[in-house]
Design a protein around this ligand. Structure first.
Ligand SMILES: NC(=O)c1ccc[n+]([C@@H]2O[C@H](COP(=O)([O-])OP(=O)(O)OC[C@H]3O[C@@H](n4cnc5c(N)ncnc54)[C@H](O)[C@@H]3O)[C@@H](O)[C@H]2O)c1
Length: 262
């Protein structure tokens, strides 16, 4: 029996839709038939994602803005409702990375990372879940956490802490919203080739090779590796999956990190 995912007639919002993982998630959701509201502060990037989706023929709208703006979540809801009168899915992919050692970490960098990666995820999810509860059709929310929510990464204290916050926000929202038919899950990508990691990859080519060698899959992830899990979580195939996080790292964290000789 062939398993197909049909999200036609449904409306999905993707934040960070101009970026690597948000774009791939939006494209795959559109391929499954969903109408898309693409949200990002990067309008030209949104236009590129919309062009990829337009090739599919599903309805698409773009909304440029900053997810940390306190009025923006309501604008997102209103814009999505224009697409179909209800909101079925939200994918929170907008995120930023700032690197420095804790002893050099500025208050500004800490706050900015927490604002985008944690507080805005709560605010957008809060506004969207209110709209979902109002129309009583249930819904699905997928939050982007990270491998860095599960393990410490040097020079990334703010990023790690913000992504760890996403894990428990996800569980708490799942608990509170489950009775309304709203499932809330997270994905934790490992090392993925996107604009976020590009500068690091270019500066550390040898390290990238070493990392790839330590991933049982033998390579870094692609945005499609992650987007397909996002679509699964949004689909009826994941109807009994709620309040969990799927680690998508090619097996990187499955093994003990010290390689010993045989
Ligand atoms: N690439 C990886 O290896 C990796 C690994 C684990 C987790 N993640 C997470 O996945 C998500 C997507 O990452 P990506 O690799 O696609 O990064 P990316 O930089 O390619 O995309 C992130 C997008 O978020 C947007 N954005 C950032 N701040 C915003 C704001 N204040 N308002 C509106 N839009 C904003 C950016 O414009 C960008 O288009 C992020 O939450 C990231 O932390 C990425």
């Amino acid at each position: 029996m062939a398993i197909t995912i049909d999200l036609s007639g449904q409306v999905a919002i993707v934040t960070g839709a101009a970026g690597g993982l948000g774009q791939a998630s939006a494209v795959r959701l559109a391929e499954a038939g969903a109408a898309l509201l693409l949200v990002d502060r990067d309008l030209s990037g949104l236009t590129k994602t919309a062009a990829l989706i337009n090739a599919n023929g599903t309805p698409v709208r773009m909304l440029a803005g900053d997810v940390t703006d306190s009025a923006f979540p309501e604008a997102i809801v209103q814009s999505a409702l224009v697409l179909g009168g209800q909101i079925d899915m939200l994918v929170n992919a907008a995120g930023i990375l700032r690197t420095s050692k804790v002893i050099e970490l500025s208050d500004e960098d800490w706050q900015q990372v927490m604002d985008v990666n944690a507080t805005a995820v709560m605010r957008v999810s809060r506004a969207v879940s209110r709209a979902m509860v109002d129309v009583k059709r249930g819904g699905r929310i997928v939050n982007f956490a990270s491998l860095s929510a599960h393990q410490a990464h040097e020079n990334s204290a703010a990023y790690c802490a913000s992504k760890a916050a996403v894990l428990l926000l996800t569980k708490t929202m799942a608990t509170e919203l489950g009775p309304s038919g709203i499932r809330v899950n997270a994905v934790s990508p490992g090392w993925v080739d996107t604009p976020m990691t590009k500068p690091w990859q270019e500066e550390n080519r040898r390290v990238v090779e070493l990392v790839a060698q330590q991933i049982p899959a033998g390579r870094l992830g692609t945005p499609w590796d992650i987007a397909e899990v996002v679509v699964f979580l949004c689909s009826p195939l994941a109807g009994y999956v709620n309040g969990t996080t799927i680690l998508i790292d090619g097996g990187f964290t499955a093994h003990y990190s010290l390689s010993l000789p045989d």
